[in-house]
Design a protein around this ligand. Structure first.
Ligand code: KDG
Length: 311
């Protein structure tokens, strides 16, 4: 068994330093909200595994190599000989504005199905992490996500749904119809403030959505507030955690880092305040460094930000 299992699509991200239309050099990186979370856990010494489909070519090989290099278990990854790798272009348009363009329709990752996840779940996990990205990829990926959430929660794992709305993949109304029932299988739901009504009624206030989730059996709702930190709701009430005051150079991946920190704290048996502190600490590392996951801390680096007081 592992500490954390996550699954989804890992992408090859090609980053430009300036406008894509002007051409120039691209750099190649691993991307994917779920693989970011797996790396966050693995860097802290937890046993983390990632499952999914990757292309059976050099790009799929690159994805596997990156995950292995980070100590993420890839025993239950399927190689797909028929379909290409999913690509993402990350265009830096201005110093603080980036634009994302996907080339992932029909990719190996989007063909994920229940059979791809069965062996990984059978091997057992303490925590199952899933995102609202995966069910947007295809009908089979949607079914696989629902099946995994149900199976893991029945087996007693902590199921964490990280909403991660991707407007380029589906409309909010379509996302809500799928994500709201999915949240009912989760014990932890993570969403940014503007994503929260995707697991509740359209336009509903934060307190209303949270009350609905807690009534449906979700134990903890984490609302991410970016530079303002996060709020955590449980049956005992609400607690705010401020973000750590670091200079932000690249916010992509900060939400994944936050989730990884929270789940690491859970695995280490920390109380809610400790889990939140670790969540904002990992978020701070990632916004203060370049790349979606490269700046995530190792365990011996966690204390580097100990002196910073949350704002
Ligand atoms: O979460 C940060 C990026 O790595 C992520 O957004 C890429 O998985 C990704 C997606 O589908 O957008």
């Amino acid at each position: 068994a592992v500490d954390l299992l996550t699954f989804g699509e890992a992408l090859v991200s090609l980053r430009s330093a300036g406008p894509l239309a002007a051409g120039g050099a691209l750099t190649m990186h691993l991307a994917g909200a779920e693989s970011n979370v797996a790396i966050g856990l693995a860097r802290l010494g937890h046993r983390a595994a990632w499952a999914g489909r990757v292309s059976d070519d050099e790009l799929g090989g690159y994805v596997l190599r990156q995950l292995r290099a980070e100590g993420v278990g890839v025993d239950h990854v399927t190689r797909d000989p028929e379909r290409p790798a999913g690509l993402m272009f990350l265009e830096r348009r201005t110093a603080d504005l980036t634009r994302v363009r996907y080339h992932r329709a029909g990719s190996a990752g989007s063909a994920l199905g229940v059979e791809d996840l069965r062996p990984a779940l059978a091997a057992g996990t303490r925590v199952l992490h899933l995102t609202g990205i995966t069910p947007a990829l295809s009908d089979s990926a949607r079914e696989a996500t629902r099946w995994a959430a149900e199976t893991a929660s029945r087996a007693g794992a902590l199921v964490c749904l990280d909403v991660n709305h991707r407007a380029r993949l589906w409309r909010r109304d379509d996302a809500r119809v799928v994500l709201t029932p999915l949240a009912g299988h989760a014990s932890v739901v993570v969403a940014s403030a503007d994503e929260l009504d995707l697991v509740g009624e359209p336009g509903a206030a934060e307190e209303t959505v949270v009350a609905g989730l807690l009534a449906r059996g979700v134990a903890t709702v984490l609302v991410k507030l970016g530079g303002d930190g996060a709020r955590a709701y449980t049956a005992d009430g609400v607690r705010h955690a401020g973000a750590l005051p670091v200079t932000a150079v690249d916010t992509v991946g900060a939400g994944d880092a936050f989730t990884a920190g929270y789940l690491s704290g859970h695995l280490d048996g920390l109380d809610l305040a400790g889990r939140l502190r670790r969540a904002v600490t990992l978020g701070a590392f990632v916004v203060a460094g370049h790349g979606d996951w490269e700046a995530l801390p190792r365990r011996d680096e966690l204390s580097l930000l100990d002196d910073l007081q949350p704002g």
